[in-house]
Design a protein around this ligand. Structure first.
Ligand code: CA
Length: 239
């Protein structure tokens, strides 16, 4: 059965462009032009994915996201937010409200389609119980292995000594490789009973973590103005 995507976008040209590329890849597409119409359509047809513009007439994309996440069933629909350039604060808010990913306008159709496929694929993996957090160990690009059962990290077989906070931070990012986490999300997830963590301290921990991972520190990517994520792949640095 074809996957269905709801596109909430008030700019006709962009909506048409997104629709064209989605249909070309075999998706069923429904369009909505306002926040309210999008919210109503999401609850009625429960699409497999929602592409949600932030700047919309009536309800903006952030409010649509907030309301959907309070809805019993529609809360599980993965959301890719679409923002204009320079609206990092909105992206951060969207991710903290539970959006899964985002693209920034102007985006290439190729980038958007890659995000769509990745978001749907990760959703399916989680439904099938292949989520990394169910496993005893997670292997990241570059041969970084997180042994979640024993709280050990190895790089190409060599054990790397991490602090408890560094370990939790890496394990948290590794729960959903490729997905951006904001500093505040990292703070909430990583803060332990023993550790007070500020959003700025996240940067310090990431820097230390990268240093300990050596060349493989590149596995943690900085997303400017937003946060951090695990790289989809490590391109070998030229020797
Ligand atoms: Ca718009």
């Amino acid at each position: 059965m074809p996957k269905s995507v709801l596109v909430v976008e008030d700019e006709q040209d962009i909506a048409t462009l997104i629709e064209f590329h989605l249909r070309k890849e075999g998706f069923e597409v429904e369009l909505a032009r306002t926040g309210r119409a999008g919210l109503e359509a999401a609850q009625r047809s429960e699409p497999d994915l929602l592409i949600l513009d932030i700047m919309l007439p009536d309800l903006d994309g952030l409010e649509v996201c907030r309301r959907l996440k309070r809805h019993d069933t529609a809360r599980n629909i993965p959301i890719i937010m679409v923002s204009a350039r320079g609206e990092e604060a909105d992206i951060v808010s969207g991710l903290e409200l539970g959006a899964d990913d985002y693209v920034t306008k102007p985006f290439s159709p190729r980038v958007l389609m890659a995000r769509v496929r990745a978001t749907l694929r990760r959703g399916i993996e989680e439904l099938n119980g292949h989520a990394p957090d169910d496993a005893d160990s997670v292997t990241l690009p570059g041969g970084v292995v997180i042994d979640t059962a024993r709280h050990i990290v190895r790089v190409e077989g060599e054990r790397v000594d991490l602090t408890a906070t560094q370990f939790r931070l890496l394990a948290y990012l590794a729960e959903r490789p490729g997905f951006v986490r904001t500093r505040d999300q990292i703070v909430s997830a990583v803060r332990g009973e023993d550790a007070v963590l500020s959003s700025r301290a996240v940067d310090v921990h990431v820097a230390a973590l990268r240093q300990k991972l050596g060349d493989r520190g590149r596995v943690i990517e900085t997303v400017r103005g937003v946060g951090y994520r695990i790289a989809d792949e490590l391109v070998d640095a030229p020797v």
